[in-house]
Design a binder for this molecule. Structure first.
Ligand SMILES: [Fe+2]
Length: 419
């Protein structure tokens, strides 16, 4: 007889070994599925998450006594391996609750950009504060755990499921002072969206979000005079900064983070041609998650304000990054373009009608046909009354000719047109 038994969640007690929680991680409040229940609070969370039944392993914890089992589960069906999902190290429970918003992901992607922007801004502010605090704690010699960032990652995920463009676009608009902290939030959002585009399982989607948030955590250990330098780094300073990935990975390992998260942090600066750092890994030697990290990190970095250069327009960044030979995994990059759009929200484009326009909403059916706001006449070289155009509309005869650089057109702040 199998030692795995399915029981009503209400019958769970501390001392039982939780073998599996039914459903996806979105429907339960823990990062891990399997662990010994020692905390009554964990039992309460499972019941409050609305989970009906769970599987326990009676060979590893207390047996079911007074309550009636729902049925015995064949071992193969009861494991994560049985569902094609890799199991997690059984080192204990994560006590981080998933948000109700995240569990209600069924409404994914159906919230208009405008409706999500305010929430996205709040999440960015909260995220910035939390990442700043993490940096401060690491500098004081404390450790950080991945469990501590789970609620934030879940909030970021909930926002990008509602509307992927909102948080990604808001987080891109960071100032130099905000950079280190908001960059982490932006990369987390990009990683989540990319992971779903690549159809990774839900555990890995979440790991991607955590790894994105923590990828530059090692910068907490870098000398402040280099980290805050208002200009380009010298070769020597750059060599010092290269140590941030190793330092971050070590810190997360010390904090008990999962190997997959540590791997993203350690290898987000590797390149497919072996010319990255810290290990000069090539192609398949670099994990998929780390290859994803490389794309998301670079995109957010080049589209953000840096002390020594103006940000690239998002659509220009897509075009330029596509030309970088040997840097990125092509399959991952293509999926990234699909998930964020060839013309991300806020990009400047030239229309066939000889007007400049800013992207308002990605196209639903075609990446090439977003909704735009035309605001500048190329013929008369002056601003015109803004006009919103759905390029996918049946009666629309206009189209995008090319991405444009706001700087070359002498255009300053385009945010007022879409934010
Ligand atoms: Fe980095």
């Amino acid at each position: 007889m199998s030692s795995i038994r399915r029981i009503p969640a209400a019958s769970l007690r501390t001392g039982m070994y939780l073998h599996k929680i039914g459903g996806s991680w979105l429907s339960h409040p823990f990062l891990r599925n399997s662990f010994l229940l020692v905390n009554p609070e964990d039992v309460r969370r499972i019941v409050e998450a609305g989970i009906d039944s769970v599987w326990i392993d009676e060979s590893r914890g207390d047996a079911l006594q007074d309550v009636e089992a729902i049925g015995e589960a064949p071992y193969a069906n009861a494991t994560d391996a049985g569902t094609g999902r890799p199991d997690l190290p059984e080192t204990g429970a994560s006590s981080a609750p998933a948000t109700a918003a995240l569990r209600a992901r069924a409404t994914a992607g159906d919230v208009p950009l405008e409706a999500e922007l305010a929430r996205a801004r709040d999440i960015c502010l909260a995220g910035k504060a939390q990442v700043e605090e993490m940096f401060a704690e690491l500098r004081l010699g404390k450790t950080v755990s991945q469990e501590s960032v789970l609620p934030l990652v879940d909030e970021i995920a909930a926002s990008v499921w509602r509307n992927p463009a909102a948080l990604i676009s808001v987080a891109r608009l960071k100032t130099h002072d905000d950079y280190s902290y908001l960059h982490s939030v932006a990369v987390s959002a990009l990683m989540l969206v990319l992971a779903r585009q690549l159809k990774l399982d839900e555990r890995l989607v979440r790991i991607a979000g955590i790894g994105g948030l923590m990828h530059d955590i090692g910068k907490a250990f870098m000398p402040l005079e280099i980290l805050n330098k208002p200009g380009r780094l010298t070769d020597e300073e750059f060599e010092v900064m290269k140590q941030h990935s190793g330092a971050g990975a070590q810190a997360l390992q010390d904090g008990g983070c999962e190997a997959d998260v540590v791997d993203i942090v350690l290898h987000h600066h590797e390149r497919m041609d072996g010319r990255g750092h810290p290990h000069g890994l090539r192609e398949d030697e670099i994990s998929l998650l780390a290859r994803m990290g490389a794309v998301c990190d670079v995109y957010d970095a080049v589209t953000s304000v840096r002390p020594y250069r103006r940000p690239w327009d998002p659509a220009m960044a897509m075009r330029e990054m596509a030309r970088w030979d040997g840097h990125f995994d092509t399959r991952v990059f293509n999926a990234f373009v699909k998930s964020v759009g060839i013309y991300p929200v806020g990009s400047l484009v030239r229309l066939a009608s000889e007007r400049l326009a800013v992207i308002l909403e990605p196209g639903v059916d075609s990446l090439l046909k977003p909704t735009v706001r035309a605001f500048y006449s190329i013929r008369s070289r002056e601003k015109i009354l803004p006009q919103t155009i759905d390029l996918a509309a049946g009666d629309c005869r206009d189209s995008i000719v090319s991405p444009e650089s706001p700087e070359q057109w002498g255009l300053g702040n385009l945010e007022a047109l879409w934010l």
